[in-house]
Design a protein around this ligand. Structure first.
Ligand SMILES: Nc1ncnc2c1ncn2[C@@H]1O[C@H](COP(=O)(O)OP(=O)(O)O)[C@@H](O)[C@H]1O
Ligand SMILES: [Mg+2]
Length: 367
């Protein structure tokens, strides 16, 4: 008997600095979605936040030619979620959706906000839930959770924008108490190395703090080390699997936006050339961190290894990492024996499993 096809909403773009990266990740996902298994509905979110759909919506976004697309909304009715087209002041049902794959990075896509919308709509979706998405979007909260799970992180301190603008000298003094220079200064919330600086002395710290505070209300000051950069992929819900670790060899002083997205691919070494003991430790920490943040679906967990002491530190967790077929997350799975198309299928199955598990939750209490 033929199983029913799955109606899948592929959501891309978004109001984020990583809009363009999302289109690239989505193109890769789109190209491996088996038409025999999925009816795919392409839904793009513009940089201004408009939701648009139509056949070949992804191409339209790629070509910045969205004029022929239709405004759409997701609404729930009768316990199902529907994709509706706007017709004047009326709404017309296009289709019901079984699952949504939000291939969105960064703000409003990876930070728990759109996940909250999907929860309210009561629809299955790929990736982490509200809690893990929001917690991992904030580098400080993520580190706090990792640390309380016994995973080492570099010493850091968080300052608010108002502290930085109103009490800059005090903030500088407190920052210098975190560690000797160099210090890394980062907006808590952005990705792609935007707003991040390495400060080698007080004057640079001052500039770095003011710069980071433009990009977020919360700013981290962290001990800077001479680091090797390690990334590892986690996949699953309650029984997550972990890939082999990979190492990134940056071209620049640190792994910048340019390295990641503009100058092609930074060099990677997969698996990272570590002995079995360090490899196991990285894998163990990655799984522990994933559980600590209540990860689901997927995450890429990033570590720094001190080049001199060999010490290992968790750096950050990305709940929707770059997902083109040549991005680190899928490459680590490929090296671990899971091909990209199977990875995409697995993620969709995990989304449906997680929804089924959520549906078991008792939500009415009667005596
Ligand atoms: N404490 C640190 N010591 C040394 N290098 C760091 C440190 N923090 C960040 N970096 C470098 O900066 C890059 C970007 O920082 P990261 O926290 O990963 O932000 P993003 O969200 O932009 O990926 C890292 O990949 C690494 O190269
Ligand atoms: Mg990073």
């Amino acid at each position: 008997m033929m199983q029913n096809k799955i109606n899948l909403g592929l959501v891309f773009g978004g109001r984020s600095g990583e809009h363009a990266v999302s289109l690239r990740s989505s193109r890769s996902v789109r190209s491996v979605l088996d038409p025999a298994r999925y009816n795919v509905f392409e839904i793009g979110i513009t940089l201004e936040g408009k939701w648009l759909s139509g056949e070949n919506a992804l191409s339209a976004f790629e070509n910045s030619d969205t004029g022929s697309l239709q405004a759409v909304s997701l609404l729930s009715s009768d316990g199902k979620v529907g994709l509706y087209r706007h017709q004047g002041d009326k709404l017309q049902l296009i289709t019901e959706l079984d699952v949504i794959f939000p291939v969105l990075h960064g703000t409003f896509g990876e930070d728990g906000t759109i996940q909250g919308l999907f929860e309210i709509l009561n629809v299955a979706y790929v990736g982490a839930g509200v809690l893990a998405s929001a917690a991992c979007m904030d580098k400080a909260v993520c580190k706090d959770l990792a640390q309380s799970a016994g995973i080492p992180v570099l010493p850091y301190r968080v300052f608010s924008r108002s502290q930085i603008t109103d009490y800059l000298e005090e903030v500088i003094t407190l920052s210098e108490a975190v560690s000797a220079y160099p210090l890394f200064v980062k907006p808590a919330n952005l990705g792609s190395s935007v707003g991040i600086s390495k400060a080698g002395r007080r004057e640079e710290l001052r500039v770095a703090l003011l710069k980071a505070a433009r990009f977020d209300r919360r700013v981290l000051v962290e001990r800077g080390i001479d680091a090797r950069e390690i990334e590892i992929s986690v996949l699953g819900n309650d029984n997550p699997l972990v890939s082999v670790p990979g190492e990134i060899v940056p071209e620049d002083v640190f792994y910048t936006y340019k390295d990641k997205y503009l100058s092609g691919d930074p060099e990677t070494i997969i698996p990272a050339p570590f002995d079995a003991k360090l490899t196991r430790k990285i894998q163990e920490y990655a799984l522990r961190a994933y559980r600590a943040v209540d990860g689901a679906g997927l995450s890429r967990v990033d570590f720094l290894v001190d080049k001199h002491s060999g010490e290992l530190f968790l750096s950050e967790i990305n709940t929707m990492p770059g997902f083109t077929s040549i991005s680190m997350y899928p490459k680590l799975w490929k090296a671990s024996g899971l091909e990209y198309p199977d990875l995409v299928d697995r993620l969709i199955a995990l989304a449906l499993e997680r929804k089924a598990d959520q549906d078991k939750t008792v939500r009415r209490y009667e005596d």
